[in-house]
Ligand binder design. Structure first.
Ligand code: FES
Length: 158
C-alpha cells in the first residue's frame, strides 16, 4: 500500500513536471509569436514589383517646385510606401521605401532632409536610392517614372 501511494505520488510529480514544462513552452512560443507579429508589421519582403507588377500609379507632383524634393505615394496593390522625387522640372524618380538589408519599410524607411534613412539599422541612401552607408549592401528599388508637364502628374510603372 505504501508502495502504491509512493508510486502515485511519483506519477503525480512526473505529471506536474511535464505539465509545467509544457505550460512554460506555450508561454515561450506565445512570446515569440508576439515578437514575430510585431516584426512583420514593420517589414515588407518584396523588393521588386511584386503584387504591383504591370500596374501604374499616377501621382500629383505639382507641389514639387524645386529639385530634390519629394512626395509620398502608396503602391496600388501592395500598399508599400513610395517616394516620388523631383530630379529636374521634367524628370522624376520613384523609390520603394523598403530597405534591402532586412526589409524594414516605410515609415521606418523615410526621407530625412536630403537623405533616406532606414531607422532599423541606420542604412543611409541618397535621393537616387543609392546606398551611401550600410549595413545595406544594395540600393533601394526604383520604378520607371514619366512626367506629364500638362497635368503636372508623374506616372509610375511597376
Ligand atoms: S533593415 Fe534597413 S538597415 Fe537594416
Amino acid at each position: 500500500m505504501s508502495n502504491e501511494l509512493s508510486n502515485n505520488e511519483q506519477n503525480r510529480r512526473d505529471f506536474l513536471k511535464k505539465f509545467g514544462s509544457a505550460v512554460a513552452g506555450i508561454t515561450i512560443i506565445g512570446s515569440f509569436g508576439s515578437i514575430l507579429q510585431s516584426c512583420s508589421s514593420t517589414t515588407a519582403t518584396d523588393l521588386g514589383a511584386g503584387a504591383d507588377a504591370g500596374k501604374t500609379l499616377v501621382v500629383d507632383v505639382s507641389s514639387l517646385t524645386t529639385d530634390n524634393t519629394a512626395v509620398h505615394a502608396t503602391a496600388p496593390a501592395s500598399s508599400r510606401g513610395l517616394l516620388v522625387v523631383r530630379k529636374s522640372s521634367t524628370s522624376y524618380e520613384t523609390i520603394l521605401l523598403v530597405c534591402p538589408h532586412e526589409n524594414c519599410s516605410y515609415p521606418n524607411v523615410d526621407l530625412s532632409g536630403s537623405t533616406i534613412i532606414c531607422n532599423c539599422h541606420n542604412s543611409l541612401f541618397d535621393l537616387n536610392g543609392t546606398v551611401t552607408s550600410g549595413p545595406s549592401q544594395s540600393n533601394l528599388t526604383r520604378f520607371t517614372t514619366t512626367y506629364d508637364a500638362t497635368t503636372k502628374k508623374a506616372t509610375v510603372t511597376f
